[in-house]
Design a protein around this ligand. Structure first.
Ligand SMILES: Cc1cc2nc3c(=O)[nH]c(=O)nc-3n(C[C@H](O)[C@H](O)[C@H](O)COP(=O)(O)OP(=O)(O)OC[C@H]3O[C@@H](n4cnc5c(N)ncnc54)[C@H](O)[C@@H]3O)c2cc1C
Length: 451
């Protein structure tokens, strides 16, 4: 049975409207602070500034807030087509926000189901061996002190005492493409070790819906892509197809691929250190394929991670029975995403993989409902940004403001929660604090008070 291509959700469908439509919308106005992007970082910053009475305006390229957090309806169920897991629950500000709003949070099981190469669940002895090895590899990876020459996370395999295991490539896949969107042979060991890792939660109604709710009441101009930032004079002048706006400071939260391709240009050019930081981090690739699978083999598992014993790259990970329904994520990452640039090919890859593991008859009532395409999305271009070997310091460099009026924030500038909504949110808060301090700092002997 072929995938139902026509029902695939393509994130690219959210591209901005034609200029003629844009002209009919109300003109955005000048503001003390302009925020570029209404994703988690931009929303957190705008809420912070509003809380402190600072006049700010978000300019968003799409026709919706949330960025890489988006919940869509599929088969009557709310499904996140971007971020879904509330990672690092103790540190994650969105957990506190969800609780404040009275939303139900459920805990994600930390131990995956392991499917052997035969398609059967791994026998208990193999499962114990797999879990032991997984934990010892992980412990060694996070124990990396961050000193000495930069090295790839994968080097840890040659340093642990245990003898190599038949599960090593499966573990490489789980910590690499599945967790990080890139192979462990590429990612900086310090970047991996710096990431906070504790319990993961899911939120009732979807992560995207939570972020959408937190954007309510903020001053956001949609379908207003920023094309350039002029900081040659005092303050900044921000250019959009709907006019040029002035502000005293700008916060850029657009994903780094947009800055790398100069979709947003700066005049004069950004300083070398900032440009180096922007270009040092690289796009990690990770995409969801959402399945409706009536007679799936994960019957007793709700919101359960499924791992497949197999290859370090040519593999996938699943989240079975999302919220107890017959919908499942089959997630592909890194080279497999790059090799399948069309979402339909990603859907085909998933069916082929599952068919090879469980037999084609097992897929008789398995339909692909949606496949994300954040890699091909014009306002994203990645799932998140990873630090290649030697580039871990770029995240800190991004946090340095330019000319005291250009600030950057987003998942990429977070050292401890990079690649996550929680990290983007904290970064938005941090940048807003810094901007507020700058607005009230003495300039030429006078104190300029924020509105
Ligand atoms: C498939 C997938 C699964 C993921 N899973 C998880 C998960 O389970 N848990 C988790 O925590 N994280 C997950 N992530 C990562 C998470 O989604 C991101 O880290 C987070 O959403 C980034 O927030 P941000 O504010 O930094 O950027 P974005 O959310 O990308 O926000 C930036 C905004 O800027 C806008 N923009 C871009 N260019 C312009 C321009 N020129 N002018 C105006 N606006 C512009 C964009 O439209 C966007 O709205 C996942 C990501 C993907 C793609």
């Amino acid at each position: 049975m072929s995938p139902r291509h026509e029902t695939l959700h393509d994130a690219r469908s959210t591209r901005s409207a034609a200029p003629a439509q844009i002209r009919r919308k109300p003109q955005p106005r000048d503001a003390d602070v302009i925020i570029i992007g209404a994703g988690a970082a931009g929303i957190a910053a705008a809420r912070n500034l509003r809380r402190h009475g600072v006049d700010s305006l978000i300019l968003e390229a799409r026709d919706r807030p949330g960025g890489r957090a988006q919940t869509i309806a599929l088969a009557g169920q709310a499904v996140d087509i971007g971020a879904h897991w509330l990672h690092a629950a103790d540190a994650n500000a969105l957990v506190r926000q969800a609780k404040r709003l009275g939303l139900r949070l459920s805990e994600a099981a930390q131990e995956p189901l392991l499917i052997a190469r035969t398609g059967e669940r791994a026998d208990p002895q193999s499962y114990v061996a797999f879990m032991r090895r997984w934990e010892s590899v992980y412990d060694a990876m996070i124990a990396h002190p961050g000193s000495g020459p930069a090295r790839a996370a994968d080097t840890v395999f040659s340093q642990i005492d245990d003898t190599p295991s038949r599960f090593d490539d499966t573990i490489r896949f789980l910590h690499g493409p599945f967790d990080s969107g890139v192979g462990l042979d590429t990612i900086d060991a310090s970047d991996f070790a710096a990431a906070v890792d504790d319990a993961d939660l899911f939120v009732e109604g979807g992560y995207g819906a939570l972020i959408l709710r937190l954007a309510r009441g903020l001053a956001i101009h949609y379908e207003t892509p920023v094309t350039s930032i002029d900081w040659s004079g005092a303050g900044v002048r921000v250019e959009t197809p709907r006019g040029t706006l002035s502000a005293r400071a700008v916060l850029v939260t657009a994903p780094l691929p947009l800055l790398q391709s100069e979709a947003i240009r700066f005049a004069p050019h950004l300083p070398l250190e900032t440009l180096q930081a922007i270009h040092a981090l690289r796009p990690a690739l990770y995409e969801h394929v959402v399945l409706s699978w009536a007679d799936h083999p994960f019957t007793d598992a709700v919101n359960r991670l499924v791992a497949f014993e197999g290859d370090a790259r040519d593999n996938l990970g699943m989240l079975a029975n999302i919220d107890g329904a017959h919908l499942h994520y089959a997630d592909i990452a890194a080279q497999i995403v790059a090799a399948c640039p069309d979402p339909r090919d990603r859907a085909g890859y998933v069916r082929e993989f599952l068919g090879a593991r469980f037999g084609s008859r097992a897929l008789a009532r398995c339909d692909v409902l949606a496949a994300s395409d954040w890699a091909g999305d014009p306002w994203t271009g990645c799932a998140w940004m990873y630090a290649p070997v030697g580039a871990h310091g770029a995240r800190a460099a991004l946090r340095e403001p330019v000319g005291e009026r250009i600030h950057f924030a987003g998942e990429a500038s977070s050292a401890t929660q990079w690649g996550t909504i929680g990290g983007a949110w904290d970064e938005g808060e941090r940048a807003a604090d810094l901007i507020r301090a700058g607005l009230t700092a003495p300039v030429g002997g006078a104190v300029i008070q924020a509105a």
